[in-house]
Design a protein around this ligand. Structure first.
Ligand code: FAD
Length: 484
């Protein structure tokens, strides 16, 4: 008799989303969190469209809208040259653009959702180790500090950058550390400017990113001074940060009337060499680390949770840990590619040497970056022909949009977001009845057949020639195009 089906270590966004999705599907989940409370330390803020779509399916969109602010672009302001922009609107989603919400507020909402479906969440409890139980198979005993031993079938390490679960498996994080410390300051700006953008202000010796957050405040972040490295836990006097920001030369635009909270962290570009080891799985920052550029880390972790949830459910139901293998095979290469898009130094060098802000090569690169940072098109970069005209095809592995834009930019609803990870969907374009909705692929059974209009061939999103429908997994990826 198991105490829990799944033990999740870490109540960050990744662990909480996973706990919510699994509990919703009837799985018995325990989340343990080392901190005694959530705190209000500044961390990530950017919520991209796929995360917003998932929050919509959780019934949380109204609260998210009330407690976040909408944004339209990432802007790069180069002192002396002008401003370059990556426009995040006009994409294939019913929730266009992105929103900024402080991470502790998001975690509070996610926790409420998970608790509502019966997940157990224990604060002040640290994972220590795990070992095989005596019942064979996936039976596992997990040991903690601050809690009794627990027996479970699957253990998930979503315990952040210094993951103790990853260390217990002896899995290295390949990659590199960037030697500069990122400083974060939440405060009240002297001037309320650029409220619809995240603005990266680049000076000769460093850069600062201004992220508007609710309550007319901003989160300022960045390697204010290139090469500055601080010890973990070191306190940084606010005056010193303000002086460093002044040297960037953006004047009152970057001045704060009041600093409310500060923190700093070191930046790494790393990916764990393995994500799955038998019945133990890594997700979120425990599996990958990137720079804060483009607000990728938190959204990537939530995507991991969605990709893992339906596979864990299948592995539990069929008692087959092998069903988890596809998770690492898909998410690890994707996380590696996303990490590369957050290393901005080469792009900023190209902006510095561009003739002007309309430089076509830089503009094309920014358009590409916007598609990638939106995380709406995870397989886009895999298709060589798709790169420059921004078109992509809904064949196996592509993510299915909630709404699709036609050539005039009009949105047509396609597949609404869902929090059901125990069901696949058959999207059917044909006017005939589908003969059978069985598939040999290891995906959950089809619970719904939805009739939708075939995307127009002149829009950005197309379907393979001859496809009569799409079998869509719970994480919205096409399992296979049918009839092509
Ligand atoms: C100061 C700071 C600023 C950041 N700024 C940005 C930003 O601007 N943009 C961006 O994209 N990303 C940023 N990040 C990264 C972003 O916050 C992460 O990508 C995101 O939090 C990942 O979510 P996660 O749930 O995978 O991990 P985490 O949020 O790290 O959650 C892991 C949880 O596991 C807990 N834990 C650790 N060890 C144990 C243990 N042994 N037992 C039990 N619990 C344990 C931790 O206490 C933590 O709550 C920032 C991170 C920090 C720390």
């Amino acid at each position: 008799m198991k105490d829990f089906d799944v033990v999740v270590v870490g109540a960050g966004p990744t662990g909480l989303v996973l706990a919510g999705l699994l509990s919703r599907a009837g799985v018995k989940v325990l989340v343990v969190e080392r901190r005694i409370d959530r705190g209000d330390r500044p961390k990530a803020v950017v919520l991209h469209a796929p995360t917003l779509e998932l929050l919509d399916s959780f019934g949380l969109l109204d609260e998210v809208t009330d407690r976040s602010i909408p944004l339209e672009r990432f802007a790069f302001h180069l002192n002396g040259t002008g401003s370059f922009t990556a426009d995040m609107t006009g994409l294939d989603t019913h929730l266009d653009g992105y929103r900024n919400m402080p991470q502790p507020i998001l975690e509070g909402l996610l926790e409420k959702y998970a608790l509502g479906y019966g997940a157990r969440i224990e604060y002040g409890v640290s994972y220590l180790s795990h070992e095989a139980g005596d019942s064979g198979g996936s039976d596992t005993v997990v040991r903690f500090e601050g809690y009794d031993d627990v027996r479970c079938s699957y253990l998930v390490g979503s315990d952040g950058p210094r993951s103790a679960v990853r260390e217990s498996l002896d899995i290295p994080m390949a990659g590199r550390s960037l030697s500069t410390s990122y400083l974060l300051i939440e405060g009240v700006p002297r001037e309320l400017v650029g409220r619809d953008e995240v603005g990266v202000h680049v000076g000769a010796n460093g850069m600062v990113t201004m992220m508007p957050i609710p309550g007319d405040q901003v989160l300022m972040a960045g390697p204010v001074v290139n090469g500055l490295t601080l010890d973990r836990g070191a306190s940084v006097p606010w005056r010193r940060i303000a002086d460093a920001i002044d040297t960037l030369g953006f004047g009152s635009r970057l001045k704060l009337a009041e600093a409310l909270r500060t923190s700093h962290y070191s930046v790494d570009l790393r990916v764990a060499e393995r994500w799955v080891s038998g019945n133990v799985v890594l997700a979120g920052d425990a599996a990958h680390l990137n720079t804060p550029a483009g607000g990728q880390g938190l959204n990537l972790g939530i995507g991991d949770a969605l990709a893992l949830s339906w596979r864990l459910l299948a592995a539990l139901r069929h008692d087959e840990a092998e069903l988890l293998a596809g998770y690492e095979a898909e998410r690890r290469p994707y996380a590696t590619r996303v990490g590369q898009t957050t290393f901005l130094a080469p792009l900023i060098d190209r902006m510095r040497s561009a003739v002007d802000v309309n430089d076509p090569a830089v503009r094309a690169e920014l358009a590409e970056l916007a598609l990638s940072w939106s995380q709406l098109y995870p397989d886009h970069g895999n298709r060589p022909g798709a790169r420059h005209d921004a078109r992509y095809e809904l064949s196996a592995g592509a993510r299915v949009p909630t709404s699709i834009r036609d050539a005039e930019g009009r949105l047509t609803p396609f597949l609404p977001s869902s929090d059901r990870v125990d069901a696949s969907t058959l999207l059917w374009f044909d006017d005939t009845e589908p003969a059978s909705v069985e598939s040999d692929l290891p995906v959950p059974p089809v619970r719904e057949v939805r009739r939708v209009a075939r995307p127009a061939t002149d829009g950005r999103v197309t379907v393979p020639d001859g496809a009569r429908g799409l079998l869509v997994r719970p994480d919205r990826l096409v399992a296979e195009a049918i009839g092509s």
